[in-house]
Design a protein around this ligand. Sequence first.
Ligand SMILES: [Zn+2]
Length: 439
Amino acid sequence: MIWSKEETLSKGDMRSLQNMRLGEIVKRVYYLVPFYKQKFDEAKITPDAIKSVDDLKKLPFTCKKDLRDNYPYGMFAVPMGEIVRIHSSSGTTGKPTVVGYTEADMNIWAEVMARAFTMGGVTSQDIMQNSHGYGLFTGGLGFHAAAEKMKVAVIPSSTGFTSRQLLLLKDFGATALTATPSFALHLAEVAKNEGYDIKKDFKLKVGFFGAEPTSIGMKQEIANVWGIDYHEIYGMSEIIGPGVACNCKYSKLLHFQEDHFYPEIIDPETLEVLPEGERGELVVTTLTKQALPLIRYRTGDITSITKIPCKCGRTTARIESIIGRSDDMLLIGGVNVFPSQIEHVLSTIEGITLHYQIIAKKKGYLDKLEIDIEVDESIMTDDVARLENIKSKVAKALLNNLYINVEVKLIAPKSIERSEGKSVRVIDERKSSEQNRLS
Ligand SMILES: [Zn+2]
């Protein structure tokens, strides 16, 4: 089943709709948001110069910093009387990013989420346990509103209280689960410890996950342990929240809701628009949003886009699951490498864990990459032949998949320091040596 007719428009009809909506949104930002008026004037562009999405490249980019500089409401295009909801993302440093929604924006949000749920086969007969955090984070309420719109019974269990969540999951009989991937795995681990028989005690058949970079191995593990179809939902609060893209049953690529959000892929270094199929940074222009319309917003997420039609019947463009952040991109001997690509490879090899550290160095003029990986508890650290075998497997797999030579070091379990927050995955020693030279 397909939720709305916009998902199956012909290429020509989609393009006309996008062009019409872009024309309106460009006028909107120019006349209503002083930040954009100034940007357009500096670039000597008037709204009538933008006749189609092909003209987008004439327009300046918008960055997260612009939202911070105009904190909290400087980028809003409507008076506060029309705003019905405010969310904000927790900035790891400095001020949070604030986003606002009108009633029409709330409807768009529920609409694109309903399209995503429909891709996972969810209907009004389903019961959905929503284990995303309710609050300023867009996950909880974003999923909630769409479930209600589809008349799906939604259980607002939010995060935490794992034992109680499991009790609800069993007794209330949820058939769909939404959570962050890490919480889904945590729930499964606690369920096993508490003696549940996961496939017998629970009725789950589908799950919607997102908000964290997730390796293929982790996705498979979640699907297997819960016995469910895994659907990935992409989004970010600046664009609308979750629901910008989601994969259907037939494709690992995510259908992009391009009638509401126009995607471009750029080279993060040169800022040039890249052709279909090439990997680069995703840039999004919101085509319909009223409260916080954004022109060419640099998401920082690295992906590629394809316009090849999907087996499911939807004609919308599709993106790859996000493979990394442009800020995390490592340039090793001219090859772009993302930590998440390395993790994908590591997750396919037995005998090692996903506790690792990537170290980029300079050896003379050449870039060198070293990876320290903790071996599995089951590996005897004095079994030299076995260790050598694993080492060469990892090096070969990385060479075959990423085209780079990596020096692999296997280290004892628990030797990489664990931190409460995000663990330090990448150490770029080249940067610190450059900084040392400059200072
Ligand atoms: Zn599809």
